[in-house]
Design a binder for this molecule. Sequence first.
Ligand code: NAP
Length: 495
Amino acid sequence: MNIQNNCIVIFGASGDLTHRKLIPALYNLYKIGRLAENFSVLGVARTEMDDNAFRQKMREALIKHEKANGESLDNFCAHLYYQAVNTSDSQDYGKLVPRLDELHDKYQTCGNTLYYLSTPPSLYGVIPECLAAHGLNTEEYGWKRIIVEKPFGYDIKTAHELDVQIHRFFEEHQIYRIDHYLGKETVQNLLVLRFSNGLFEPLWNRNFIDYIEITGAESIGVEDRGGYYDGSGAMRDMFQNHLLQVLAMVAMEPPAIINANSMRDEVAKVLYCLHPLTAEDVKNNVVLGQYARGEVGDEQVKSYLEEKGVPSDSNTETYMAVRCEIDNWRWAGVPFYVRTGKRLPTRVTEVVIHFKTTPHPVFSQNAPENKLIIRVQPDEGISMRFGLKKPGAGFEAKEVSMDFRYSDLSSASSLLTAYERLLLDSMKGDATLFARTDTVHACWEFVQPILDYKANGGRVYEYEAGSWGPKEADKLIAKSGRVWRKPSGQMKKKI
Ligand SMILES: NC(=O)c1ccc[n+]([C@@H]2O[C@H](COP(=O)([O-])OP(=O)(O)OC[C@H]3O[C@@H](n4cnc5c(N)ncnc54)[C@H](OP(=O)(O)O)[C@@H]3O)[C@@H](O)[C@H]2O)c1
């Protein structure tokens, strides 16, 4: 699909996300010829800057993050513009009108505009209203789309309020709620693996699957974002959005076709089938943790409470593990164990499908369990584990693996990053990989009892940095006689 000429307006253009992710993503798309023939980028923030100063800042970022140079860098930067606006003053948005008129004219964009909200979340509801006050939301002259960064709300109530605020000025088809996990190639590959292979789909249900593990582990701490993270925690930062979206990709029914509505209908359906947690369930099925001092790799690291920007009495969770169930015909009785945490031994996001064992053990030794490991990051790939005979006398089985690594594909170097893919899709008007209002609400609805538990003094257990989380999380999975997988971050070794 060709991309129509357009203008991309980035609110929060002097911030971290813009120079680290958004501008590099646009630059890379430009370099491979995937942007519209005529496009412009208008950066907006309160900081006073002119076009040249903004170009210089972005140029430096591109050199730093993308090793950019030469003609493509010069040509790309010539498409960048900047307008200082007091983002909380509706009147001040009037400055955008002549700027946008000029850019639409110069680049023949027919008014097509993509607004990217990369500001503090408190402005996500304000900006649409201020744009509307100047008629910058109407689609009478070209399409108008709005990308909203995470977090979308702070709990179920604020997510609902934000939706109401945005919907007053933009219709649902204009709203693109970003979840950069959905932009990841391996997350999308879950759908292709499941729905284009006759091999897996017949096994993908309660009859053959014993349980499913989803892990989003990070070895880093909060870096220099302690203040931001403390208001968020693992639940809002990773679980409510990214990991529940991954769970939906694993568990959803096949859509009749892949388009924004049929895909997201299925995502919403499965998320609404998550078994709601009562206050008692939360105590039994959820473990929250916070890292203490420890050693990650060879490095001695501070505790969460010693991190810059974190109050010394914070009880924000940097780890959580949840046992979820899905109440539908496909998944009844199959537990989904989902965990995420900071300062774990390695950085890895993976899904592990644990298949049931054979009904009767023929050989004296226990055969290895059949597992399908889907590595989302890093070293993206898929590994099938099963038992084969150990050479020699007897019938001892040993675990062997059949592995596929993305890096083995000759086209792997042309994979789009998540932000590249999602920016491209939003310019095409394809919302398939963006969260729809009902899917976001379903996630908040599931998480809300855990938020309530925490708000009412729910226990947050300490764990040593560099360990796999609190021992209570081991006990959680051990209740059913299972153990968490301890993955290595490197596919080069055995994953
Ligand atoms: N950074 C990441 O890796 C990342 C990842 C995922 C999601 N996000 C989300 O993306 C959004 C932007 O993140 P960021 O890291 O770029 O934040 P940031 O570095 O703090 O930048 C915020 C931007 O908003 C502008 N801004 C406008 N009005 C503001 C106001 N009233 N108060 C404060 N700033 C205002 C700031 O510029 P002026 O001060 O010049 O106005 C700045 O350009 C956040 O909502 C965050 O949750 C960020």
